[in-house]
Write a protein that binds this ligand. Structure first.
Ligand code: SF4
Length: 234
């Protein structure tokens, strides 16, 4: 029987991107192949925790929470083979599925919406991180060919975590998009400020406004931080 390690399942509203404000159930798988220095869910990446759950248990919890939208997030949900069975079973129950992924692993999940967040250079952990994680992170974090396959086979959006005050931050995103080598409409690209408190986010959001005017990319607040702060289960 297929199982997944799950760090949390909760009901909230989508706080980021195209479905901002949509009531959603979040299923957070535990485990990640990256170690972003500013990761806001270390309990699903740096120190993965949570019980193993069967696919049927997860589907049943999602049914109880009654939201049509279900977000499969992490960690990195695409790491685990049973994610395919989970997406399929949830869809069969009438759920709309969003997959939150860094875009480093290719899977074909027909009908699922891919929310792809490729990790820029400022995501790297310190060079002396135990477990050789600096090298592992750097060699994995951006996989343009994999991302191209994801966007060819799914509806999608991009969410880039940005520190707009750092010189070259937007140019880096543009060169990542060029490397993906696929026509991506600007309205599918969301610029999301890095930050885990409202003050930092607001400062960076303001800096992003003129960049959005210039590029046609979309500004992406992090509604969950505005509403609930940097807390779990939101
Ligand atoms: S990819 Fe996401 S979950 Fe994994 S370390 Fe980076 S921010 Fe955390």
């Amino acid at each position: 029987m297929s199982n997944l390690r799950i760090s949390e399942i909760f009901s909230s509203v989508q706080g980021e991107g195209q479905f901002l404000g949509v009531p959603s159930t979040f299923v957070r798988t535990s485990g990640c192949n990256l170690r972003c220095v500013w990761c806001d869910t270390p309990y699903a990446s740096w120190s993965p925790e949570g019980p193993m759950m069967s696919i049927d248990q997860i589907v049943s919890e999602c049914q109880e929470l009654k939201n049509q939208h279900v977000v499969l997030t992490g960690g990195e949900p695409m790491l685990f083979d049973p994610i395919e069975e989970l997406a399929k079973k949830l869809q069969a129950q009438g759920h709309f599925i969003t997959i939150e992924t860094a875009g480093t692993i290719s899977r074909h999940l027909p009908g699922s919406f891919m929310s792809i967040s490729p990790k820029p250079a400022h995501s790297a952990p310190p060079k002396d991180t135990p477990g050789d994680w600096f090298q592992r992170h750097e060699s994995t974090r951006f996989q343009p060919d994999t991302i191209r396959q994801l966007v060819i086979h799914h509806e999608y959006q991009f969410k880039f975590v940005v520190k707009p005050e750092e010189p070259g931050s937007i140019e880096e995103i543009q060169s990542m998009l060029t490397a993906i080598n696929h026509q991506i409409p600007p309205e599918k690209i969301f610029l999301m400020p890095e930050g885990r408190d409202q003050a930092t986010l607001n400062e960076r959001l303001k800096l992003l406004v003129p960049i959005c005017h210039k590029t046609g990319y979309r500004l992406a607040p992090r509604l969950q931080i505005d509403l609930f702060g940097d807390t779990r289960g939101t």
